[in-house]
Design a protein around this ligand. Structure first.
Ligand SMILES: Cc1cc2nc3c(=O)[nH]c(=O)nc-3n(C[C@H](O)[C@H](O)[C@H](O)COP(=O)(O)O)c2cc1C
Length: 190
């Protein structure tokens, strides 16, 4: 299924406009083909990001280091973030330690456990400034008599984003905006 492409349109054209100073990029962990964690030391001891064992871990660190603030979007698998994502996070330290981040999760129970676990990793592990707003997107229509499954969840498992799900998430817009404001304020206060 084609991914939803979201364009950030810079609406000013003055020669010395500030709008190019804002940009949002998608960083897709999957494209880095990271190995299982294979550094002999904790990444906090690797200050030169070109010195990771594999080329992919160097590229992953260098990509993450480019940004001033982050929105981390994660599903919940078995009550936590996906193992592959945790593996990718284990390769990081200096690339983003101390920077602002907002956590957004999704799942049948809204990804609440994944969100809580991720907060511990980002706050305690990386000393990041984690936004107090952590929007949690719940697949609508869960049926407690059917193991909390729903049509929206079943569609998602097949890689389809059910329109009813995106509709029900519209009420998270304010929280997402508040989270953005908080991370932008933290970035400015650096
Ligand atoms: C291995 C696995 C475990 C899952 N565990 C949970 C879970 O604990 N809670 C939940 O809400 N959804 C769970 N799901 C359903 C996912 O929320 C759903 O498949 C979602 O589409 C996953 O996000 P993704 O499509 O971006 O991978 C699980 C899915 C998989 C594949």
């Amino acid at each position: 299924m084609a991914s939803l492409q979201i364009g950030l349109i810079l609406g000013s054209t003055r020669p010395n406009r500030i709008s190019p100073q804002f940009s949002i990029s998608t960083v897709d962990v999957e494209t880095f083909s990271l190995p299982n964690f294979n550094e002999s030391v904790h990444p906090s001891l690797i200050t030169d990001l070109s010195k990771f064992t594999s080329q992919s871990a160097c590229a992953w660190n260098q990509e993450i280091a480019k940004y001033d603030a982050y929105v981390v979007l994660s599903p919940e698998y078995h009550g936590a973030i996906p193992g592959t994502f945790k593996n990718a996070l284990d390769f990081l330290y200096h690339a983003w330690t101390g920077k602002p981040v907002m956590i957004v999760t999704y799942g049948i129970m809204s990804g609440a456990s994944a969100s809580d676990g991720l907060r511990v990793i980002l706050e305690s592990g990386f000393k990041m400034k984690v936004s107090s707003f952590a929007p949690k997107l719940e697949f609508p229509g869960r049926n407690p008599t059917k193991n909390n499954t729903s049509q929206a969840l079943m569609e998602a498992m097949q890689g389809r984003l059910y329109a009813e799900a995106t509709k029900s998430w519209e009420n998270k817009t304010d929280e997402i905006i508040q989270g953005f404001k908080e991370i932008l304020t933290s970035t400015a206060a650096k």
